[in-house]
Design a protein around this ligand. Structure first.
Ligand code: SAH
Length: 246
């Protein structure tokens, strides 16, 4: 069971992605709990103001620190050890290994920025980690928060059925093998013979090798980051010879 507390000024953005498919089922089964908190509920003025103009001038509004402080302290009071993660293009880049680490926690607080971002003092005093989903700038942290929620949730035991198990997924270490389905003959292009053989050993061997071949061709740096086992070394030698011959 993992709980995500999400702080946002646009809770509605989350409604449909969380109501479909795997995430919907995970919540129904009580494996994942997602609570959306509207940052505006911690404002004290009539206009429910969350932002203000930046000191020094310039474009864009900035989230005020006091509203964030009230919100985050209240959420954190319920479970002091839950990390407070700010979605930010300046954060450490999110990847599968980080998702695996976070999947061990029981509660995570996600803070979604908007506009020009949030007051730096709120970042320094209230945020434990800044997380980026990639080197591009979006308009808000809501879609990044959904990315993080989905990547982590599918690692929680029981969330994926066997049908779509995460065990062989691409990342962190090896890309997944090529997949084929019916029809057998598609414009005279047939699936690789081992997959049609019904021989489980051959199928498994083919997939291991295909996985390595794709990793070598598409993402070779993963072989440096996650060094090949002895068995994989041998397969890699074969793969390189075959590539050389073709
Ligand atoms: N001016 C800021 C960007 C603000 S974008 C800067 O250049 O650093 C507005 C909000 O969108 C951010 O506060 C953050 O919560 C979210 N956001 C934008 N791009 C993101 C990314 N790549 N990863 C995670 N969050 C992002």
């Amino acid at each position: 069971m993992i709980q995500f507390d999400v702080l946002t000024i646009f809770p509605q953005i989350f409604s449909s992605p969380l109501k479909e498919s795997i995430l919907a089922r995970a919540q129904e089964q009580g494996l994942v709990k997602i609570q959306l908190f509207d940052l505006r509920s911690w404002t004290l003025d009539k206009h429910r103001t969350v932002d203000d103009a930046p000191f020094g001038g310039g474009d864009g509004m900035v989230f005020k620190p006091e509203v964030l402080e009230r919100a985050i302290l209240e959420l954190r009071a319920k479970k002091p050890l839950a990390p407070v993660i700010l979605l930010s293009p300046q954060g450490r880049k999110f990847d599968q290994s980080w998702a695996q680490e976070l999947a061990h926690l029981s509660r995570i607080i996600l803070v979604c920025g908007r506009y020009a971002g949030i007051d730096q003092r709120a970042v320094d005093l209230l945020i434990d980690q800044e997380l980026s989903i990639g080197d591009y700038v979006l308009s808000g942290g809501e879609i990044p928060a959904l990315v993080v929620i989905e990547a982590i949730s599918r690692l929680i035991p029981g969330v994926l059925g066997n049908k779509d198990s995460a065990q062989y997924d691409s990342f962190p270490a090896r890309l997944e093998w090529a997949q084929y389905t019916r029809p057998r003959d598609f414009h005279s292009y047939l699936p690789p013979e081992p997959l049609l053989s019904g021989d489980h050993k051959r199928i498994e061997q083919f997939r291991k090798k295909d996985s390595l071949r794709r990793t070598l061709l598409k993402r070779p740096e993963l072989l440096l980051k996650f060094p090949p086992s002895e068995e994989e070394q041998k397969l890699l030698e074969k793969i390189k010879t075959e590539l050389w011959e073709n």
